[in-house]
Design a protein around this ligand. Structure first.
Ligand code: XIL
Length: 376
């Protein structure tokens, strides 16, 4: 009895010590911790982060994220710039960084119509290659790249952006030269390269009805042929007024119905004025810089910070609600200073699309997202 009282008396003191020592260190909760029971929280890494040159970004990544995607360095044009030349050095560092930090490592991307060198589709005379040649090139590329990181890269965006918003198959060189079965071949060779890796189809505007219907058809066809496909990546290049919340929810439920994992890849919310009526993430879109398209060059007013935070909150509320179906939410960049939105779809703007600002500090949107994990 006497002993128990003594322990009880000590408890408040022990609590105080924990509070004093622990609190300053843990004052800022980690994203990955807050969502530990929901899904992976990922980020895209650029070259300076991969090399470690951008130390402040690396500190954010190590604290907050448990999954990484290569923003550019695994794209064909960088990893395989010439027919017989591969440049694996950056990708090797990227994978080593993920392993050191025990992260879920995502390879982006094996087959895409953009950031793919011209030579892939042309013969020595510059004429389009035939189906067999292109299939052969695709196979060699996939087996070499995905094969090199066998057992180390955990999931691959095998095919990126094969479908238009209206549901037509994109008229890429892959489709034109090979035909629709290029998708199946890509997945089969990715599986051959690394039988344990998860394989994904990844695209933007995945909430559009037309795109959704075609993606569902494509996935069903792969499944009926026994071709491995593990997940669907819904690129989250979103705006303040799109996607409509109900369409986002309908789409992610429809994809989950296929029995595959759903992930939000490439999340960033663009608060800058939208030139024209474009939505989505076609990287070839480019509008001239005009002052009115870059209204917050000197900083984002508090009122806009608050709007961005509530937009993040309403979107995350849906993602969190469906956490049994969503396995990963990956942001497209670590902080506003490195967001691709600084240069797309207009070059030279000052973007505010992410959760950390240019000074590596968490923004109100960060707090809003953390609160969702707390059930608010
Ligand atoms: C973007 C990168 O963020 C930029 O650095 C690069 O200049 C162009 O590509 N959809 C995708 C990504 O699948 O690979 C794109 O990334 C953004 C749109």
């Amino acid at each position: 009895m006497e002993r128990k009282i003594k322990v009880a008396q000590l408890l408040p003191i022990a609590g105080l010590i924990v509070l004093v020592i622990g609190c300053p260190l843990n004052a800022q909760p980690a994203l990955k911790g807050a969502f530990k029971h929901a899904f992976y929280i990922g980020t895209a890494l650029n070259r300076n982060q991969i090399t470690g040159a951008d130390k402040n970004s690396v500190a954010i990544v190590e604290k907050h994220f448990n999954s990484i995607t290569a923003e550019n360095i695994l794209k064909w044009v960088y990893v395989h710039p010439e027919p017989t030349r591969y440049d694996f050095a950056p990708a090797d560092s990227f994978v080593a960084f993920g392993e050191k930090n025990k992260m879920f490592i995502v390879g982006h991307t094996l087959v895409w119509h953009n950031q793919t060198p011209r030579w892939v589709f042309a013969d020595d005379a510059g004429k389009p290659v035939d189906r067999e040649t292109l299939l052969q090139r695709m196979k060699e590329h996939i087996l070499t790249v995905a094969g090199r990181y066998k057992g180390r890269i955990h999931g691959w965006d095998v095919v990126n952006e094969a479908v238009e918003d209206d549901g037509q198959l994109r008229q890429s060189k892959w489709l034109q030269i090979i035909g629709e079965d290029y998708l199946q071949k890509a997945f089969e060779w990715a599986h051959e390269a690394d039988p344990k890796a998860e394989l994904y189809y990844n695209d933007y505007n995945m909430w559009h009805t037309g795109k959704r219907q075609t993606v569902i058809r494509l996935v069903r066809e792969l499944q009926s042929k026994g071709v491995r496909i593990d997940g669907i990546g819904m690129q989250g290049h979103w705006g303040m007024d799109y996607p409509p919340l109900d369409e986002l929810e309908t789409s992610l439920l429809a994809y989950a119905e296929l029995g595959v994992k759903v992930m939000i890849t490439e999340l960033d919310i663009n608060i800058l004025p939208n030139p024209g009526s474009h939505q989505g993430a076609d990287i070839t879109q480019n509008y001239a810089l005009q002052q009115e398209l870059n209204p917050y060059a000197a900083g984002l007013p508090d009122s806009m910070q608050a709007k961005l935070a509530s937009r993040y909150a309403e979107l995350f509320k849906i993602l969190y609600k469906h956490r049994d179906k969503i396995t990963r939410v990956t942001f497209w960049g670590v902080h506003d200073g490195v967001s691709w939105h600084n240069n797309w779809p207009v070059r030279g703007r000052t973007a505010y699309s992410l959760l950390f600002d240019r000074k590596y500090q968490p923004k109100p949107a960060f707090d809003a997202v953390i609160r969702i994990a707390g059930g608010e």
